[in-house]
Write a protein that binds this ligand. Sequence first.
Ligand code: PLP
Length: 388
Amino acid sequence: MKTSARLERLPPYLFAELERKIAEKRSAGVDVISLGIGDPDTPTPDVVLDALARAARDPATHRYPSNRGRPELREAVARFYERRFGVALDPAEEIVPALGAKECIFNLNLAFLDAGSVALAADPGYPVYTGGPLLAGGEVELMPLRAELGFAPDLVAIPAEARERARLMYLNYPNNPTGAVAPAGLFEQAVEFGRAHDVLIVHDASYTETTFDGYVAPSFLEAAGAKEVGVEVFSLSKGYNMTGWRTAAIVGNPEAIEAYWRLKTNIDSGMPEALQLAAAAALEEGDEAPRRMSEIYARRRDLVVGALREIGVEVTPPRGSIYVWAPVPEGHDSASYCELVLEESGVVVSPGSSYGRSGEGFFRISLTLPDERLVEAMERMRSSLASG
Ligand SMILES: Cc1ncc(COP(=O)(O)O)c(C=O)c1O
């Protein structure tokens, strides 16, 4: 059987060895605790489930949806953006539903890249920013996130040659995996960059609703001129505990959204309509859910940061996202440390290097586990690793 050259372009899957070890441990009877994946552990809010149940019983939702989306959802997104960010969106042309941010980000690569063109991707970053362009036949230029710039990329440092060939730039704040929030002025700089080099800025807003300590995350579209050069991908997955429902929307620049829509009409048939109505209910009536979840994650963050400090791992408490990003102790690289943690304590943490080469030297802990399990995981790490 011959697979495509396209598939061969993907980098080796860094979790493969870790996954093999997890399976081995589990089959040996070890109670492995995984802090590896960011998948909310508490249920989808009732207001969403009730809307879904009602909508599922209406046969009008049983037929093919349209990729434009139902007006109820597009209008709910517009009202949410106005209320939450003060951003005005035209539901007819500036909003299209997506089957999760992942689908949307991947397909933007197909819509905008050709052989020889480049996507500028935050490093470390969500792996689809780098895998997507390769599968689409394009190239990737990594933009290292610089701790001294608040985990912003240095846009001036992007090589001229990559700048010329770039068509897309991926940014994401609050950030996975670093937990950083949008550094002051970055969105404005990105707008300038997009204008100067004709690059579509794609802001991945997967974590804007999950923030702590009174911090309120902005939308990229709040930056002056952002809609001329950019789009935002807003996901309900994390903020509303809806990872399983695959609900997101792309909003912003109408030409870019039209290109995405045109591509999608050839690929899938849109978000099931009952889910569209459930997503609309989340945005119209579910404001309480992300607020409640943020309180829970803030408490877990404090627990994890405190425990890490006790074993000598110094971390900056994140103000957003559902992750703690921590340096690996001296004498280890990301992969060897994560293997050691698994070996010694039966706890899975993610190697920073799996998010890009600038993630080397770090590991990521996800906060999406009940408090008791998180306490146990940290206790196990403390007792088995305190000696370094
Ligand atoms: C930065 C980022 N973008 C996108 C996604 C995927 O979101 P969705 O569930 O909407 O596809 C994730 C999931 O972990 C993520 O961390």
